[in-house]
Design a protein around this ligand. Structure first.
Ligand SMILES: Cc1cc2nc3c(=O)[nH]c(=O)nc-3n(C[C@H](O)[C@H](O)[C@H](O)COP(=O)(O)OP(=O)(O)OC[C@H]3O[C@@H](n4cnc5c(N)ncnc54)[C@H](O)[C@@H]3O)c2cc1C
Ligand code: FES
Length: 289
């Protein structure tokens, strides 16, 4: 008679099936802000680490609770450690926040399209992030910095609701002190002695030092922020083919089967999450899709 395997036993079998999670062990948990945390993961069984491209995501499975899509926030040039930064908003992400060093998580991926970091060589690059949207863009920053001489100006514009919610503040400070990077941070509401910019991130775009005609833009944040950011970038003269945005939709399979992530005629899981703006601009202007 066939014996049913439990989830750990199933995952201990080597399986390249994209629907089958692989076990990863939590190496470190870092609280980033009051509701956002970073998990550093390594394969629970021997492996070569985890190769991915900047902008891709994984399906993270908390056993007995559920599975959610989360972008990879670590360095693509250092695949030995898999890094995810998550805001706890609901059932699965709150359970994920309770994980501790040594706990096991299921990982499927990497999935989806990526930021056009290599294609941007020879151009200026402007990265515009809002809130948790900095996490999916951080791998692109690492990759740009590891080949800094291949790019013109590199500009990071980041907006957060409050100073307390600024993600990766030490890293932002380090990048800001680099002579070959322009980093500008703004908050919607100043508090606690904040002396920096106040206002939404779009207010930084017109003054930012980049040559719009020869710029690749990468944008990630709440959908409303991305709509206004794109409008400002286009006003500056950035071409629609050079603007890239990362979309979010509910996901189940992550491989184009179930249709949960359908966005007009495209699937966010396999055609995205990173899209060229000119390819989806008609969809993005329809608020209900
Ligand atoms: C491609 C992709 C990449 C993503 N990358 C990241 C990432 O790097 N980090 C990250 O924190 N999240 C990321 N997300 C969003 C993340 O998948 C959701 O927050 C998660 O699925 C919520 O699951 P849950 O079970 O915790 O919440 P649920 O129980 O499903 O939702 C609980 C409540 O939270 C609300 N909610 C759900 N999602 C969000 C959201 N994104 N923002 C605000 N409220 C929400 C729901 O409307 C509901 O009211 C990504 C999503 C996609 C599609
Ligand atoms: S999540 Fe199933 S088709 Fe995209």
């Amino acid at each position: 008679m066939a014996t049913l395997l439990n989830s750990h036993e199933i995952m201990s079998l080597s399986n390249p099936d994209p629907m089958m999670p692989s076990p990863f062990r939590v190496q470190r948990v870092r609280q980033e802000t009051h509701d956002t945390f970073t998990l550093e993961l390594q394969p629970a069984r021997d492996g070569d680490g985890f190769s991915f491209q900047a902008g891709q995501f994984n399906m993270l499975y908390v056993f007995g609770v559920g599975e959610v899509p989360i972008s990879i926030s670590g360095d693509p040039t250092k695949p030995r450690m898999l890094v995810h930064t998550t805001r706890s908003v609901g059932t699965v992400t709150k359970a994920m926040r309770r994980l501790k060093r040594g706990d096991i998580l299921g990982v499927r991926g990497p999935f989806g399209s990526h930021w056009p970091v290599e294609l941007a060589a020879g151009k200026d690059v402007v990265i515009v992030a809002g809130g948790i949207g900095l996490a999916p863009l951080r791998p692109a920053m690492y990759q740009l910095l590891s080949h800094r001489d291949q790019y013109g100006k590199v500009v990071l514009l980041y907006g957060s609701r409050t100073p307390e919610e600024i993600l990766f503040p030490r890293e932002l400070e380090r990048w800001r002190s680099q002579f070959d990077l322009e980093v500008h941070v703004t908050v919607d509401r100043a508090m606690g002695g904040w002396r920096g910019n106040v206002g939404v991130v779009t207010t930084l775009i017109q003054k930012a030092p980049f040559n719009a005609r020869n710029t690749t833009a990468m944008v990630c944040g709440p959908e409303v922020m991305m709509r206004f950011t794109v409008m400002e970038l286009l006003k500056r003269g950035v071409k629609t083919d050079n603007v890239h945005i990362s979309m979010e939709r509910n996901m189940k399979c992550a491989v184009g089967f179930c249709g949960h992530c359908q966005f007009g005629p495209v699937f966010v899981c396999k055609d995205g999450p990173v899209f060229v703006y000119s390819h989806i601009k008609d969809l993005l202007t329809k608020w209900e899709i």
